[in-house]
Design a binder for this molecule. Structure first.
Ligand SMILES: NC(=O)c1ccc[n+]([C@@H]2O[C@H](COP(=O)([O-])OP(=O)(O)OC[C@H]3O[C@@H](n4cnc5c(N)ncnc54)[C@H](O)[C@@H]3O)[C@@H](O)[C@H]2O)c1
Length: 256
């Protein structure tokens, strides 16, 4: 019999670990938090939208700790670390936004908004919690990137330069921090989803959803739980020799 801790399935067990998820009030972030709790983790659920956070806490079999947190506010992130008291074992940088417009109509504010949530937010949270993890000597950070970090989708009506640039930045933050903290026991990886059925995509015109589904080798959008499983893997000891990886979960989209 393999020892507990080295058997294949026990490596996925997150019992005794605390996981902080940003942007966890809905969509992919919410599903990630539910999945990590099912795997045994204690959940620290955060989101900028305090109202949705309060509503969603009841959906968890075990009530999570809930904190309103805007990931663009670096001091608020430091304050939260102080409030929590102990450093989480897992950080999932999931909060993200998109604004689509042709570049000529993209304002400075649009550009800053997307870059500040998607890229500054990942850096600020990683700086605060990852540094604490490195001091302690253990931790796993999972950043939610996108296939749009590496490829430009056929846009139909929308153009998302800021979004794509922000996610390319997330990949390099992931790889750079992975190297910086590799010998401190902290792993840093990213998941790069393809199209996922969530609030971010459900308002798209039906024609666009149909076209993007047809362009995906698997012929459909992902469900949030299919992204959450990959995050669970990267957060857990099952991926103990992985750091600096960007794991595609895109139904084959980037193969074509
Ligand atoms: N839906 C997709 O097709 C898709 C594809 C690839 C990657 N992603 C990425 O997955 C992540 C989650 O996306 P989703 O589809 O669940 O989006 P969503 O819009 O459904 O949820 C995003 C969550 O982030 C929160 N948020 C926004 N700004 C914030 C801020 N400044 N601070 C803290 N929280 C904030 C929102 O309140 C919301 O709860 C994002 O990083 C997104 O870029 C999504």
């Amino acid at each position: 019999m393999p020892h507990r801790g080295t058997s294949s399935l026990s490596k996925f067990d997150l019992t005794g670990k605390a996981a902080l998820v940003t942007g966890g009030a809905r969509g992919i972030g919410l599903q990630i938090a539910l999945t990590l709790q099912e795997a045994g983790a204690e959940i620290i659920l955060t989101d900028a939208d305090g109202v949705s956070l309060a509503d969603v806490a009841d959906r968890f079999p075990v009530k999570p700790q809930v904190y309103q947190l805007d990931v663009t506010a670096s001091q608020a992130i430091r304050d939260l670390a102080g409030k929590i008291g102990s450093c989480p074992d897992i950080l999932v940088n999931n909060a993200g936004v998109s604004r689509a417009a042709p570049t000529s109509q993209t304002t400075d504010e649009d550009w800053r908004f997307v870059l500040s949530v998607n890229l500054d937010g990942v850096f600020y949270c990683s700086r605060t919690f990852g540094s604490l993890m490195a001091e302690r000597g253990s931790g796993s950070i999972v950043n939610i990137s996108s296939m749009c970090s590496e490829i430009v989708t056929r846009q139909e009506p929308s153009v998302v330069t800021a979004y794509n640039a922000s996610k390319a930045g997330v990949n390099m933050v992931t790889k750079t921090l992975a190297c910086e903290w590799a010998r401190s026991g902290v792993r840093v990886n990213a998941v790069a989803p393809g199209f996922v059925a969530s609030d971010m995509t459900h308002k798209l015109p039906q024609e666009q959803i149909k076209s993007w589904s047809e362009q995906t080798p698997m012929g459909r959008f992902a469900q949030p739980h299919e992204i959450a499983s990959a995050v669970h893997f990267l957060a857990s000891d099952a991926s103990s020799y992985m750091t600096g990886a960007v794991l595609s979960v895109d139904g084959g989209f980037t193969c074509w």
